[in-house]
Design a protein around this ligand. Sequence first.
Ligand SMILES: Nc1ncnc2c1ncn2[C@@H]1O[C@H](COP(=O)(O)OP(=O)(O)O)[C@@H](O)[C@H]1O
Ligand SMILES: [Mg+2]
Length: 373
Amino acid sequence: MDETRLGHYQLLRCLGEGGMGRVYLARDTQLERDVAVKVLAPELVGDRSLMARFRVEAIAQARLSHPNIVPIYTFGREAGAYVIVMEYVAGRTLKQLIRDEGKLDPDRALRIAASVLDALAFAHARGVLHRDIKPANIFVSDDGTVKVGDFGIAKVEGLDGLTRVGTVLGTPHYSSPEQIRALKATPATDVYALSVTLFEMLTGVLPFGASGGSDLDVLTGHLEQVPPAPSSLCPGLPSGLDAVIARGLAKKPEDRYRSAAEYRQAIDAVLQARETPLPDFDRILQPLAQVPGRIRARLGRPSFELRQIPVRANTWWLLLLLIPLLLLLLALTVRCASDGPAAQAGEVPARLCALAPIGGLGRAAGFQASIMS
Ligand SMILES: Nc1ncnc2c1ncn2[C@@H]1O[C@H](COP(=O)(O)OP(=O)(O)O)[C@@H](O)[C@H]1O
Ligand SMILES: [Mg+2]
């Protein structure tokens, strides 16, 4: 048999190797396009249980036509080998990306996590649990598209007879407490693994076993230890992220997000808070700078610097509500001033001051001050 050819697939190079076999970049000579071909290791052909698992992997992927999931083209025998033929994702795995670039920009990390969560929400709704979410199984194409692949230990509803439920464990570093305890996997299992992945994207290290240690130490960490807050390792991360990740990494599945979709919403909220510009207080408070000294003296010096108040972006609208109130207060103050001696002398029509809240505050007040001085 030609080593570099499987039927009409021309094997170009090996992309990766795992427990089930090798994945090749190949040329589909009939359709004249590049594909990825996963070939079941020849020594496993005949192991009924592993062959069944290989089939479940193909069925899981075939059930999931989604922009964030690697599409499968075909499954079966090709020149005596068992193969899964799928889209070739030109790019890098997230694992390679983190290895090459270290921790990612938080926005980028959150967007990648959001795409994976979209894929998971879709898969869960169709009865598929991935159970092996980790950076090596997430592909980031050259154009930035994120695709989940390797459904090698997926659980597919309705195909339980083909899998040995409860005996499947992914990589220890991304394994949930329930997987370690060989308990039933649920959508929360994928939520946990994605949280470990997001932690790694944001900090460049894993929540457990970052400083070496045996697999047993890592597993004990997942079972018993409170993970560090990502911001304790990387100060300056978006506020709110620590809580989001802590919930995703909760030991009990029921304490995590109820669904991938809910998790995605929490991530969206963090992203939106970063995108919402804080109000420009300098510009908004500009009229204050023009209030004449006498009126400012009446108001008293502000005892704090507005810009120093820690303002959470999602509460800025509260401050916006306060601004009309502030303007009203100023208008009243100006009116009081106009009722003073100068007004009595008829030099300043009091109604001028009523214009103040309609945007002319600075000008009206300045005009009044120049008349009074
Ligand atoms: N569709 C694909 N496009 C590009 N590279 C792929 C594709 N599928 C797999 N690979 C590469 O092969 C490696 C192993 O594939 P994977 O499906 O994760 O199998 P395994 O069960 O061996 O982990 C991946 O980490 C990736 O580098
Ligand atoms: Mg893999």
